[in-house]
Design a protein around this ligand. Structure first.
Ligand code: SF4
Length: 528
């Protein structure tokens, strides 16, 4: 390893030893490795990974380490030198862990699961794994439809993982588990609520459903939801990354779930019900974490932060305690209509990095169809207030290809953005509007799961319409990668047959498909 790391572009991705990383002796402990199927800089921005890492490490008789995808330069060297992928904490080959736990946040990362398993020299297919291979577990938002990955994953856990992690450890420490064979161990793990062990189910002929093959296996798998959000879930000392990550700030979850019901939004359905943390708990965690980490920016995370009922109070308390430290507060996305002057004033004290709104559709008719209860008036009045209060940048997110969309709705996006532009121009030359347009991708377990996804030509033609209609010096118009949206749509609603496509992609040498520089649509089409 010492020989190959100096040869790679970013060795900091693979060496661990960060402030906050936990190192434990492997003897007599249940050994987990959390794997993130993308690069270190993406995975280390994932709050869920930090939560589960610390949750498992709280147990004296268990340990948890981390692994990420290897970038192509390291992968090549690992293969040349016949070195299996290692964990960051102790450089242990992943094959030597009892459990590998993948956190899959987006469908295109399915490929990363295969890449990590292969580099770790663990058989890709569950049925080829030996008794002493790790049990491969997966959770995360992109496995709400687990079927695309059933060939590769031994156990899925649906929903919140905090309590399930404790229950896995409780089972793994029993003699019954330790003395059982692999199938017996999987059977024991299948007793945990929210677990889905595909090898205990068969597709019943003539229907789309799965049936348990043994008595005592759950017929219906319920999504786990922890209630309440306990303070103990959140680490006071998160791991501070070695290298710059995509979100290089202190991430604090203040609420899980969302009170809205946008019909396209998988996260909104998956993380029900809405659960708010207590303000005192949030402040305590922030105080402790800032002291330990030295971060200068805090991001208050949730699916819809401005729907947190105590936001004004929280911001005002944070402002009075944080000012001396010059720490700024960021809120990922604002819901127009829920932002009071007090909230804007409270945020005024930090760096004004920009306000983000997601109207998603340009006309009221289409916003009603998708159940996005924001009016044009709310969007415009909130934009005016923000510009008037010194914000120079507003970011707007829209989707195209939503059910029932017509040309009028595309014109509606243009008209709405033009009105925000008009408002911006009244407040000086420095104002900018960032606009991101993404194709609608129907997601499983949402009311739109059976809706049509528009094809590539239609996406590109709508992109062109928007481009023509939104030429302006102050509008920065960006489009989500159209081809990768098509692939995402296929993967998210696939059944288990897509496993062969994932293997073909892996065998073709494609890696890191969430990165536009590595994404290869032609190769995906060939694999399909
Ligand atoms: S407000 Fe945002 S998080 Fe909530 S349901 Fe709508 S899109 Fe999803």
């Amino acid at each position: 390893m010492n020989e190959i790391l100096p040869l790679v572009q970013k060795p900091g991705r693979y060496i661990g030893n960060e402030v906050g990383a936990i190192h434990k002796d492997h003897r007599d402990r249940i050994k987990f490795c959390l794997c993130f199927p993308d690069l270190y800089e993406i995975g280390m921005s994932n709050l869920g990974l930090q939560i589960i890492y610390h949750r498992i490490n709280r147990h004296n008789d268990a340990l948890c380490e981390r692994a990420f995808c290897a970038a192509p330069d390291l992968e090549q060297l690992l293969i040349e030198h016949n070195i299996p992928l290692w964990s960051l904490e102790t450089f242990t080959p992943l094959k030597d862990f009892d459990f590998l736990g993948f956190s899959v946040g987006y469908e295109i990362a399915y490929c990363g699961v295969l890449d990590i398993l292969d580099l770790a020299k663990i058989p890709l297919s569950c049925s080829s794994r030996k008794e002493d291979d790790p049990i491969v577990i997966t959770g995360g938002p992109a496995i709400l439809n687990p079927e695309p990955l059933v060939d590769f994953i031994d156990v899925f856990f649906l929903g919140d993982g905090e309590e399930a992690a404790d229950e896995i450890i409780a089972i793994a420490r029993t003699n019954e588990y330790k003395t059982n064979n692999r199938r017996g161990r999987l059977r024991l793990l299948s007793s945990i609520s929210g677990s889905y062990v595909p090898s205990f189910y068969k597709i019943s002929p003539g229907s789309a459903g799965l049936k348990p093959m043994e008595t005592g296996i759950a017929e219906v798998i319920k999504i786990r939801s922890v209630l309440p959000l306990k303070n103990e879930y959140y680490p006071a000392l998160p791991i501070i990354p070695n290298i710059e990550t995509v979100h290089d700030r202190l991430s604090i979850e203040i609420m899980r779930g969302c009170p809205r019901g946008c019909r396209f939004c998988q996260a909104g359905y998956q993380y029900r019900p809405r659960r708010e943390r207590v303000i005192d708990d949030i402040i305590k965690q922030i105080d402790e974490s800032l002291e330990h980490t030295g971060y200068e920016e805090i991001s208050l995370l949730s699916l819809s932060t401005t729907d947190y009922s105590g936001l004004e109070k929280l911001l005002s308390r944070l402002n009075s305690s944080l000012n001396q430290n010059r720490t700024s507060i960021a809120i990922p996305s604002f819901r127009p209509g829920t932002i009071s002057m007090n909230i804007l004033n409270a945020l005024n004290n930090g760096r004004k990095t920009g306000l983000t709104f997601a109207p998603e559709a340009g006309t009221q008719k289409l916003r009603d169809v998708i159940n996005k209860d924001i009016t044009e008036e709310e969007i415009l009045s909130t934009s005016v207030t923000a510009f008037a209060h010194g914000w120079d940048n507003i970011k707007l997110y829209f989707m195209i290809g939503l059910p029932t969309e017509t040309e009028e709705d595309i014109d509606g996006i243009i008209n709405l953005i033009r009105k925000v532009e008009e408002a911006a121009r009244q407040y000086g030359r420095r104002k900018k509007i960032g606009v991101t347009i993404s194709p609608f991708v129907p997601k499983p377990m949402t009311p739109f799961q059976w809706e049509r996804q528009i094809g590539l030509e239609e996406i590109l033609s709508k992109y062109r319409m928007l481009q023509r209609g939104l030429k302006s010096k102050i509008i920065d118009l960006r489009f989500h990668h159209a081809e990768s949206s098509i692939v995402e749509g296929v993967l998210s609603r696939s059944d288990r047959n897509i496993g062969n496509v994932l293997i073909a992609i892996h065998n073709s040498g494609l890696r890191l498909q969430a990165w536009s520089e590595y994404f290869d649509y032609e190769r995906w089409l060939q694999a399909f």
